[in-house]
Design a protein around this ligand. Sequence first.
Ligand code: AHR
Length: 497
Amino acid sequence: VKSRMVVDKSFKISEINKRIYGSFIEHLGRAVYGGIYDPGHPTADEQGFRQDVLDLVKELQVPIVRYPGGNMVSAYNWEDGVGPKEKRPRRLELAWSSTETNDVGTNEFFDWAKKANAEVMMAVNLGTRGIDAARNLLEYCNHSGGTYYSDLRKAHGYSKPHNIKTWCLGNEMDGPWQIGHKTAYEYGRLAAETAKAMRIVDPTIELVSCGSSNSEMPTFPQWEADTLEHTYDYVDFISLHQYYGNRNNDTANFLAKSLDMDNFIQTVIATCDYIKAKKRSKKSMHLSFDEWNVWFHSNEQDKKIEPWSVAPALLEDIYTFEDALLVGSILNTLLKHSDRVKVACMAQLVNVIAPIMTETGGGAWKQTIFYPYYYTSVYGRGTALQSIVESPKYDSKDFTDVPYLDQSVVYNEDKEELVIFAVNRHLENQLLVDVDIRSFADYKLVEHVVLENDDPKAVNTLHHEQVKPHKYGKSYMEDDKLVAVLPKMSWNMIRLK
Ligand code: AHR
């Protein structure tokens, strides 16, 4: 099967904001306890943070990590997680029916993020709480000193402010499952007033208004239009969340789901621009796709979890090879929208629907989805280019005209490097792509990394890594052109210099 691409330096989409390679740690299941924090672990540091996990997080070069939720934040009292550990209360955690020990809270997480070379993206509770708790937490984190909450932080051992820049105004407030769920009017008003107060405390922060929990929400996209009527002037981002699954075991349809994500992003952009026009605003709203991933494998087993356990094994999806292909396409989609999507978070990072898995007290390993995330995060920096693509197409259960070739192109000017990320969605045939690289005429092929497997359901475990990339891709140069050879059902990174 043949297809064609034209790549040119001057076809720019945007500078890529590295924060699109962000991730997420929620107080949920074993993400924190047994994941990043495991004081009894042989690799734990003086704060109880696992070094083996930190090493894997650093390998991914995750620039920003959202915290502490997720659904959990909507009934969270941040005060429970600061100060002397022996005085911290154990609480019923209502979002996941677990017991929260509060051994880790804001300050510890800030320290962990620093060790991981990541920024923190903090969420405030707009479910059970509101303006007051949000402005107090911000004062605690970012104010230098001489006031009640900034001095409290100092008393807790943190003399310097954390200067956390990015703040989410609640989480999924459109969802009936959310503690303190609100109508668009209720949320829009509360978020706008909270934003106003927070900006007075610290005018340098960036704020994220909650968009829809997913594109199937009955209130989508009216929720975006209605809430932005209130929040538009006070926020920098609107959030998007989306998870995909292959419940009907239809791989061709599953691999096309990044088209749904593309459509979701386009609709949110259109809605933001409609409000921009209505308000005669000069500001274009940015998008924070702050929860995305594959999530469905663990749904059944999660129904059997004993309520009020401490750190139960929740949302522990074991990812297959085909999941890694969709993750690759999702990353391509984010890159193709990098002019508006400036933050994105793979949800989540450790144990909970995550690229990194651990045994509490034991080893850590890379899931299949680790690899496209790793390569795109490490090599997908610079400028996203718009390529002209001709590809044969197929129809699936939910989609028509699905290109077999899914791609994104990044030009890293500093490194003088051209990087093509490509998924071949064809389940049986390899795809030959003639790539016209015109303005990169003197560039040579550096490497062609391939993630392929004959079994779409192949998984990785602690002791057996069935799905891992190799560097024996068969792409070659021919008369100043690149011929990309993409094996059937594969994810690829082709790097030229
Ligand atoms: O990431 C898991 C959960 O998915 C988050 O807590 C919530 O925001 C979303 O529904």
